[in-house]
Write a protein that binds this ligand. Structure first.
Ligand code: TMP
Ligand code: ASP
Length: 267
């Protein structure tokens, strides 16, 4: 890793130069931050799990026609991705009231929303990623009208797909964050899904018990974050190589999960 040229280091990932032009290597760290990095820590094994979960989710999204930056996973902590020009927006999709939405509007956490909400936050650490309206996005030309249309329609399709994917493993998808980037083809550019989808940027609640299986365990000092991330991977069938990915064996079975096992799948 160290022999590679580091291009960017973020809070949870590092980007290295890729083997070919137009590619990058995305390295997943165990570092965790919250509240614009005011709170810092590590979640042991998180990078390995997030790399694997994100690979799984991006691969499945590609199967339903969502273009993504993911090319292939290289090893436990790295994946090869397409280099994109990142659009400076965090796109948050919400199905159920939680987190900052509750704080801002005085809602009760866990209240289902009348319909799915999409929010946009301007990616700027110095400003604390402020919530912005589509008018701001257009006014400051962070992306074009056509790109906004592509982003919002992809976000809705991704949400529909992920809600089903998680419901099948007894997990309720409360909300999640997406990032998009541009790739260029001559004079044209198009928007593709970038970054990652993992329990770092999603709220995932056990459908039966309501137990949190995501980074809120770290944000809110609930404990059990390692087990929660592993539980999500386990339910997705990604532990111990049981999704037919040879060579990828996370033998974490010696870590007994403190979380309740899911109910048996009814056929
Ligand atoms: P919020 O309720 O704190 O605004 O978060 C909404 C969703 O976005 C939640 O699933 C966590 C995710 N998220 C990130 O991935 N990165 C961030 O910096 C923040 C604030 C939220
Ligand atoms: N990415 C956020 C941070 O700035 C943390 C969060 O996900 O809440 O540290």
């Amino acid at each position: 890793m160290s022999r590679r040229t580091k291009l960017y280091e973020g809070k949870a990932k590092i980007l290295y130069e890729g083997p070919e032009p137009g590619t990058l290597i995305q390295y997943f760290k165990d570092d965790a931050t919250a509240f614009n990095a005011e709170k810092k820590g590590t979640i042991a094994g998180k990078g390995v799990i997030n790399n694997r979960i994100s690979e799984h989710v991006f691969t499945r999204l590609a199967h339903i026609g969502i273009p993504t930056h993911f090319i292939r996973r290289l090893n436990m902590r790295e994946q090869l991705i397409r280099q994109v020009d990142i659009i400076p927006l965090e796109v948050v999709v919400r199905n159920v009231a939680a987190g900052s939405l509750c704080k801002r509007l005085g809602l009760e956490e866990g209240e289902p929303l009348p319909h799915t909400l999409i929010e946009y936050y301007y990616k700027d650490d110095a400003l604390g990623d402020p919530l912005v309206a589509e008018e701001h996005i257009a006014c400051f030309n962070w992306c074009s009208h056509e790109e906004m249309h592509d982003i919002s329609s992809m976000a809705i399709r991704i949400n529909d797909f992920l809600c089903g994917m998680f419901a099948a493993i007894d997990i309720r998808l409360i909300d999640f964050k997406l990032e998009f980037g541009r790739i260029y083809d001559g004079d044209y550019s198009r928007v593709i899904l970038a970054d990652e989808i993992s329990p770092d940027g999603c709220r995932l609640w056990d459908m039966t018990t309501g137990e949190k299986l995501d980074k809120d365990r770290f944000r809110r000092d609930l404990g059990g974050e390692e087990e929660a991330y592993r539980e999500v991977a386990r339910r997705l069938g990604l532990l111990n190589g049981d999704d037919n990915s040879p060579g990828e064996v996370f033998d974490l079975s010696h870590h007994r999960s403190r979380l309740r096992p899911p109910p048996p799948i009814k056929k």
